[in-house]
Design a protein around this ligand. Structure first.
Ligand SMILES: O=C(CO)COP(=O)(O)O
Length: 159
């Protein structure tokens, strides 16, 4: 009989509206090592982009407008998700606004932390992953020309 106990990996959700997808890719790139150690779920187009651009093994749900946010909400209600990173575009009316609000509501009901902009995403990641680098520190070291890990680069987006 095996004496090893399965250790469940922390599961986080990554979601971005279209105009915020590049920002999410950049955020995920900056936290790739930590995210790779988590189970990641994402709405469909977001998951595909993270996989394509970063090789991040994000489990795709349905597209956001087709119920993907609600699938993530259901997982969260079942206690399967520990944090949500959801870069929202609040300048554009979303056809599935009700689903978005349902997801954010269930985060509050279940006391699960969520971040809806890049600044709070960094703070939440810092808390979750215990990293000390901030976007400002990274930008400063970029400007100073300091080298970091191979995936590093200026805070601006990379192709
Ligand atoms: O609309 C979204 C979240 O509300 C994002 O969905 P996609 O990742 O499928 O584009």
């Amino acid at each position: 009989m095996s004496t090893t106990t399965a250790v469940s990996r922390r599961c986080v959700a990554l979601i971005a509206h279209d105009s915020k997808k590049e920002a999410l890719v950049e955020f995920a790139r900056r936290h790739l090592a930590e995210l790779a150690r988590c189970e990641v779920v994402a709405t469909q187009a977001t998951a595909m982009l993270l996989r394509l651009r970063l090789g991040l093994d994000a489990v795709p749900m349905r597209p956001g407008p087709d119920g993907g946010d609600l699938q993530i909400a259901a997982k969260l209600a079942a206690g399967e998700i520990s944090a949500v990173f959801f870069l929202r575009d609040v300048m554009v009316a979303q056809p599935h606004e009700a689903d978005i609000l349902a997801l954010l509501r269930i985060c509050d009901v279940c006391d699960v932390p969520y971040a809806t902009n890049v600044a709070t995403a960094w703070m939440l990641a810092q808390e979750l992953f215990g990293r000390s680098e901030s976007p400002e520190a990274l930008r400063a070291s970029d400007e100073a020309g300091e080298s970091r890990e191979p995936s590093g680069g200026p805070l601006g987006f990379q192709a």
